[in-house]
Design a binder for this molecule. Structure first.
Ligand code: F6R
Length: 606
């Protein structure tokens, strides 16, 4: 949600900022801007994409220190004026900001009464005026930023330039990520390592309440009360190639297609054929502690939550521990009862989603034990948790989640196997699940070979204004994720229901204009599902069945057949054709597949 880049060094900042912003554009893409220092602050800001900003920046836009921003609007409509950076009236201070200043209205009123003239409708602009007022009375820009931030309530990741101190950039973090990148006689900062990997692999994550001063010799980090902090740089293993489309038309198709490899990476080194167990070294739980948990509660948002529903079923089935999933965005607001014998599991691809982070913090405050299933190493949620499992799926750039969803479900397969074998899952069943997990990458590759067949079906169904997705028990989270993918990237209205609930209401919607995608695995519920298909057909509804066999023509119009795994693991495979279906529906409708309207990749605001 919004992207920040900053550069201090001997080169011209503008091309580096533009390159970084391009890599961050998936975080927000309604306007963009940058500022460089060169005898004062020079800015360019545009409504639109980073490419529009690049066209607006002159070829000779000199200045070796700069900050840039790509925006996802919260306060004020997308426009040139509301785009960041924001400057104070004297044009001494420039600020880019991610997050939300909650007391912006109150601060704006005070600053206006004090003579400040506001140019934009944004909350960010108050920061520029506040810092400009304090900087006159402080020895350093860092002191001015620190003093200004004391009167701010809300979340921020910021980068600040001072026209009168042209050798440095100050960055600060509270609730919105800031990562420093260490180069040779140059320093970078960004809201995401994606913007840095082209230049350096050595990074430092700021903690909430930390501030850093960057100059071309390096960096110093401080707490908000000016105590210097010691930071160890991390080496990131993602490289710039991960952020290219790799010859695919869209990141989304690239990320769908990568799944045989990304699932193999999630599994790598974690399956033990001797004892038929999973090795998950990062859980930080002894077998004794693991046995003591009586319940598992899983939290995450959006697709992460749906993968958590698959996870809850896997844990219940394999470990026989009661488990359920809940949207983290709801959980955090309902003053949850935190029990000492419940294990909490937080899921996040980005590791930054504010609702999930806030839920984890609330759990920790109440003494809950929280594991993280996270893709981004060193991210805020990963650091906040007591232990967990990294997905190793590589960066996910397209706004809609695909490979992270699948790897999360696979990580739950590992976790459920681990819990199961600590409890009562037999060695024979352990072996069955180990072997099933190992088959997944090859079976995903088989499904990908059906891309053209699925694309044909997507084109056939994409013209309908609405689609129903149904599934029973194991199939229900699959249906929910299928509907989510379709609606977010194709804008076709899609509803997901448990198949068992259809006749309790939504069957009234079924008719020629409302086709149904039915998830029908070959499991103990097959007959019940086939009966539901008959009920839909009897009401004139078309049926696209996704399952393990071709059903009779009187029950279905079309079928997508996927390879069969173990019943517990089948939901993982059944989701893949729905990703391909949504992708091709979106392409057929001419949508902006990687950057769907109104959305952003990491939702770092409430
Ligand atoms: C949907 C999607 C979102 C995310 C959700 C959580 O395709 O991508 O629903 O799953 O915003 O994001 P993370 O996993 O980064 O916490």
């Amino acid at each position: 949600m919004c992207g920040i880049v900053a550069y201090v060094g001997p080169k011209d900042a503008a091309p580096i900022l533009l390159e970084g912003l391009q890599r961050l554009e998936y975080r927000g893409y309604d306007s963009a801007g940058l500022a460089v220092l060169n005898k004062g602050i020079k800015t360019r800001k545009v409504k639109g994409r980073v490419a529009d900003l690049a066209s607006a920046v002159p070829a000779r836009f000199k200045g070796g220190i700069g900050i840039g921003h790509t925006r996802w609007a919260t306060h004020g409509v997308p426009s040139d004026v509301n785009a960041h950076p924001h400057l104070d009236s004297s044009e001494r201070i420039a600020v880019v900001h991610n997050g939300i200043i909650e007391n912006a209205d109150e601060l704006r009123a005070k600053l206006t009464a004090d003579g400040a003239e506001f140019a934009s409708e944004t909350d960010t602009e108050v920061l520029a005026h506040l810092i400009a007022r304090t900087v006159k009375d402080t020895d350093t820009l860092a002191d001015a930023v620190r003093t200004a931030l004391k009167s701010v309530v809300g979340t921020y990741g910021i980068a600040v330039l001072d026209a009168e101190r042209p050798g440095e950039v100050v960055v600060a973090r509270n609730g919105s990520p800031i990562v420093l990148g260490i180069g040779e006689k140059e320093m970078f900062a960004a809201s995401d390592v994606a913007a840095l990997v082209r230049y350096t692999r050595q990074v430092v994550h700021l903690e909430d309440g930390e501030l850093a001063v960057l100059d071309s010799d390096g960096f110093h980090t401080f707490t908000m009360d000016a105590r210097e902090t010691a930071k160890e740089p991390l080496t990131v293993d993602w490289d710039a190639g991960h952020y290219d489309t790799g010859g695919y038309e869209h990141y989304l198709l690239k990320e769908i297609s990568e799944q045989p490899e990304t699932v193999a990476r999630t599994l790598r080194g974690r399956l033990d054929d001797r004892f038929h167990i999973a090795h998950l070294g990062g859980l930080n739980l002894t077998p004794h502690e693991t046995r003591a948990f009586r319940r598992v509660k899983i939290i995450g948002c959006g697709s992460a939550y749906y993968s958590g529903q698959i996870g809850a079923q896997l844990i219940e089935e394999l470990a026989r521990i009661p488990a359920d999933a809940e949207p983290a965005s709801e959980f955090r607001y309902r003053n949850p009862v935190v029990e000492h014998d419940t294990l909490y599991v937080a899921i996040s691809q980005s590791g930054e989603t504010y609702d999930t982070l806030a839920a984890v913090q609330e759990l920790k405050r109440k003494g809950g034990r929280v594991l993280g299933i996270v893709n981004t190493v060193g991210s805020a949620i990963a650091r906040e948790c007591d232990g967990g499992v990294y997905l190793h799926a590589g960066p996910e750039v397209s706004v809609a989640s695909t490979k992270a969803f699948t790897s999360t479900a696979v990580a739950f397969g590992l976790l459920a196997l681990h819990f199961g074998r600590v409890h009562d899952l037999s060695p024979a069943d352990g072996r069955r699940i180990c072997e099933g997990l190992r088959r997944l990458p090859g079976q995903i590759a088989e499904i990908l070979e059906k891309e053209q067949e699925i694309a044909e079906l997507a084109r056939k169904y994409a013209g309908h204004p609405s689609m129903m997705f149904v599934g029973r028990v194991r199939g229900y989270p699959v249906a929910r994720e299928g509907a989510q993918k379709l609606k977010e990237i194709s804008y076709v209205h899609a509803e997901a229901y448990p198949a068992s609930e259809l006749k309790h209401g939504p069957l009234a919607l079924i008719g020629p204009d409302m086709p149904t995608v039915a998830i029908v695995p070959d499991d103990e519920l097959l007959d019940k599902n086939l009966t539901t298909l008959g009920e839909i057909r009897a009401r004139g509804g078309q049926v696209l069945m996704v399952g393990h066999r071709v059903a009779e023509p009187k029950l279905v119009d079309d079928c997508i057949v996927v390879p069969k795994n173990e019943v517990e693991l089948d939901p993982i495979l059944l989701t893949i054709p729905l990703q391909i279906f949504a992708y091709h529906a979106a392409v057929a409708l001419g949508r902006d597949v990687d950057k769907p309207r109104n959305l952003a990749k990491s939702v770092t605001v409430e």
